[in-house]
Design a protein around this ligand. Structure first.
Ligand code: GSH
Length: 256
């Protein structure tokens, strides 16, 4: 359909980026990922959005005039549904409300909880810079103490925030598990929708499914114990089981 591949600006590990990447892959849409290291990403996101948005993902469609720049994962997916045939994303009526709740609450809480435990480990810098330009990775290593500080400030990552986020993510994952209690295959019934993509990607920091974001994820045994225990706990829940199954069965088919 399109002559030029779409551009996807990412922090490769970002779970909001993986949400858009998954939809693009599943729909078979040609795109080029432009992966950046934390902080350096803003050199690309701010100019593309005229200073309006610093966050990733950003999706750019240069097949229309003027080019379309979408700066929020939900806006990106709605665009793909409306212009690139991915209408399955929003087919179940309740899918959009679930996506909204997960974007606002699940994504920030799993991220804060996991980073609280991972940021003290200097090896985290390797995970954050995988697939990024070599000059960004080279600068990120010595700057990591400062970048980490900025991440902690920006996402309010501290012991109190991590404890609050753990409570929130547990409540949310329990509510999604209850939804799955009638044996349904997906969150909204028998077809995959944006609700499943949002759950699978935004819960990843407490599930560590194999195949996530084409990133070399540390083995479970090497995670700090509090994070490992949460992963082990959440993997047992119905919601956790759905995410592991989605990665093993659905996501694996779409990765090129
Ligand atoms: N609601 C946004 C959230 C995006 C978001 O929080 N992105 C994070 C990465 S997971 C980010 O760009 N952080 C860097 C920054 O804030 O500059 C979306 O759905 O796209």
């Amino acid at each position: 359909m399109s002559a030029k591949p779409l551009r996807l600006i990412t922090l490769p590990i970002s779970h909001y980026c993986e949400k858009v990447r998954w939809a693009l892959d599943r729909q078979g849409i040609a795109y080029r990922e432009e992966a950046h290291a934390p902080i350096f990403h803003a050199l690309y996101t701010l100019p593309l959005t005229g200073g309006k948005s610093r966050t990733v993902p950003i999706l750019v469609d240069e097949n229309v005039t003027p080019r379309r720049v979408l700066s929020d994962s939900t806006d990106c997916l709605r665009y793909l549904a409306e212009h690139y045939g991915a209408s399955w994303l929003y087919a179940p009526p309740e899918a959009a409300a679930l996506e909204d709740e997960m974007d606002r609450k699940l994504g920030p809480s799993t991220r804060r909880f996991a980073y609280f435990h991972l940021l003290p480990d200097p090896r985290t810098v390797e995970v954050l810079t995988e697939h990024t330009p070599s000059w960004e990775a080279a600068l990120t290593r010595p700057l990591f103490p400062l970048i980490r500080l900025a991440m902690r400030r920006g996402m309010r990552i501290d012991a109190e925030g991590a404890a609050r986020s753990q409570k929130t993510l547990r409540e949310l994952l329990q509510s999604y598990s209850e939804r799955l209690g009638d044996g349904r295959k997906y969150l909204c019934g028998d077809a995959l929708s944006v609700a499943d993509l949002s759950l699978a990607t935004l819960a990843t920091p407490v599930l560590f499914p194999t195949g996530y974001a084409k990133i070399t994820i540390p083995p479970l045994a090497e995670l700090p114990s509090a994070l490992r225990e949460e992963v082990e706990l959440q993997r047992q829940t119905r919601a956790g089981q759905l995410v592991l199954r989605l990665y093993a069965e659905e996501r694996a088919k779409t990765i090129h």
